[in-house]
Design a protein around this ligand. Sequence first.
Ligand code: TRP
Length: 340
Amino acid sequence: MENENKTIETPKKKEIVFSAIQPSGTITLGNYLGALRNWVTMQEEYDCIYSLADLHTITVRQNPAQMRKNIIEAYASVIACGIDIEKSLFFIQSHVHTHAELSWILSCYTQFGELSRMTQFKDKSAKHADNINAGLFTYPVLMACDILLYQADKVPVGADQKQHIEITRNIAERFNGLYGNVFKIPDGFIPKNGARIMSLQDPTRKMSKSDENVNGCVHMLDTPEVIMKKFKRAITDSEACVRYGEGKDGINNLMAIYSAITGLSYEQIEHDFDGKGYGDFKTAVGEAVVEELRPIRERYEKLIKDKAYLEECYRKADEIALKISSRTLSKTMKKVGFIL
Ligand code: TRP
C-alpha cells in the first residue's frame, strides 16, 4: 500500500511511462543503449511502470527450462541496469492476469485487416513458417493491453515498435468512441538518445542475439575480454578515416555507440580521432563499452545469486500492478456489459 502511494499516487501527478522487454535470451548492447538506459533516466521525471513481457515470448516456441532461466536472468539484468524498485514498478507480465483477460476483450475490438498489416507479423511469419500461430497474429493486442491497463501517457519504444503503438492508439480510440473515455491514448516516443545499434559484423542489420556470427553482437553481460575482442574484429571500411558518412556503416555504427556512451558529438569524435587509425578507434569504443557495462555486470552477478531477493521484488511489483490494472479491466468490462 505504502509503495503504491509512493509510486503512483504522488500529489503532483507525474506522467506515466510504460514499457516492456521480452525475456527471450540475453540482453544486448543494442537493447541497453536503445532502451534500457532510457528506462533508467526516465525514472527521475516520470512514474515508470516496466514489465518483463514473458507472455509475448511464447509466440515463438520456447524450451521450458531455458525460458525459466531467461525470465529470472532478464529480471536481474534489468534491475542491474539501474531500475530502482523503490521508485518504479517492475513486474512480470504473466503474474498479472489482467493482461491476458483484457487481451481477449480487446481482440474483439481489433480488426483482422489491421492485424494483417503489421509488418512484424509478416516478418515473423516468414521467419517461422512452421509455426504461424494465432498468438503471433494477435501479439499487438496483448501489447496494447500492457500499455492501456496502466493508462500510460508515454511509451518509449524502438523504431521497430512504432506500428504497435499506432495500433494501440487505434484500438483505444475505437473503444473510447463506443463507450466513453476508458483508456488514455498513449504517445509512443523514440528517445532521442535511444541509439539504434547495428551488428558489428554486418552493420546494415540491427544488432541481434540471433546473429549467426557471434562477433556481431555484444551482450550486456559479456566479459571485458570478450567485448574488446568483438570490437577489435568489427567490420569497418578501407578509408581508414574516422568520420561519419555514406558507405561507412561500420564506422557510423561505432561512432553511434561511442557517442551514446560518452555523450560526445560526431564532430567532436571526428576531431579527437583525426589522423588516428581504426585500430585506435575500435579500442577506444571497446573500452568505453567495457567501462559502461562493468558496474552492471557486477551488480548482476550479485543479484542473480540472490533469488529470494529477486522474488521479493517481483512479488511486490506484481501485486501493485494487479491492483492498478484491475481498475482499468473492471471499468472496461462494465462498459462492455459484463456483470461484475
Ligand atoms: N513488443 C515489445 C518488443 O518486442 C515488448 C513489449 C511488450 C512492449 N509489451 C510492451 C513494449 C508494451 C512497450 C510497451 O520489444
